[in-house]
Design a protein around this ligand. Structure first.
Ligand SMILES: [Zn+2]
Ligand SMILES: [Zn+2]
Length: 261
């Protein structure tokens, strides 16, 4: 009998106030980042039909609060394995003990039950930040947010994904005119900050997108971006219309998307 493979993914919410992406394959449920408090994480997981106790593991990309805010409490309450780089571990941003910490070595893949995870180093102002390509052996999902620039290394690793959750943080004009203090504008727009719509769109023209069946614009700044600008930039880069692009927002994230072999 041929085992039917299917990766499903959804978002609990995405943006500067909190991020969490759920990736499932059969009974394997990985939570990538946990930027919401435990009660809120639970509510958002249940909205997607998953109980926190059903999670297989929590994987963290880096130690910024919008990614680890609720992780410590969640893994302690449900005794879940927590995967982070050593840099993230020693950042001191986890409050309290982590019962089952497992090391991520950037550029070394590892398996968590039915899924294989490739951690990819990205330029971002954290201790040892990574983003992930996740595969069930047949299909690949790329999760790529929180990076200030696109490196050849990133381009090499995110080729030929069937689904991509990609940062579209800001529109440079809106950032320049917006309310942020100068130092924060410089940080967000810098090489170790966040991708603009156009930087992300340029990245899409550098990778193989023929197999792409889901493209998500994520980690949008509520103050410095407009969803239509982000989706239009992505659509133009992959030769489609803006309504084909999925938008991940802060309140709702987005519902389940299936990648089928
Ligand atoms: Zn972030
Ligand atoms: Zn960050």
């Amino acid at each position: 009998m041929i085992k039917s493979r299917k990766i499903r993914f959804a978002s609990l919410g995405s943006g500067s106030k909190g991020n969490a992406t759920l990736v499932s394959c059969g009974e394997t449920h990985l939570l990538i980042d946990c930027g919401f408090a435990m009660k809120e994480t639970t509510r958002r997981l249940q909205r997607l039909g998953v109980e926190p106790a059903e999670l297989t593991a929590v994987l963290i990309t880096h130690e910024h609060g919008d990614h680890i805010g609720g992780a410590g409490a969640l893994v302690r309450r449900y005794q879940l394995p927590l995967y982070t780089t050593n840099g993230t571990k020693i950042s001191g941003r986890f409050n309290g003990e982590v019962p089952d910490w497992r090391a991520i070595n950037p550029e070394h893949s590892f398996a968590v039950k039915d899924l294989e995870v490739w951690p990819v180093t990205v330029p971002h102002d954290a201790r040892e930040p990574v983003q992930f390509v996740i595969s069930d052996g047949a299909n690949r999902l790329g999760v790529l947010t929180d990076l200030g620039s696109i490196t050849p290394h990133v381009v090499r690793h995110f080729q030929s994904c069937q689904a991509l959750v990609l940062e579209a943080n800001h529109d440079p004009d809106m950032l320049a005119r917006g309310p942020y203090p100068v130092s924060l504008k410089r940080r967000v727009g810098g090489d170790f900050g966040h991708l603009s719509n156009q930087q992300a769109a340029d990245f899409l023209t550098q990778i193989e997108t023929d197999k792409l069946s889901h493209l998500v614009a994520s980690h949008l700044s509520e103050q410095n971006n407009d969803p239509y600008l982000a989706c239009s930039a992505f659509a133009k880069a992959v030769n489609t219309t803006p309504d084909w692009i999925t938008l991940a927002n802060q309140e709702e994230g987005f519902g389940w998307r299936d990648i089928q072999a």
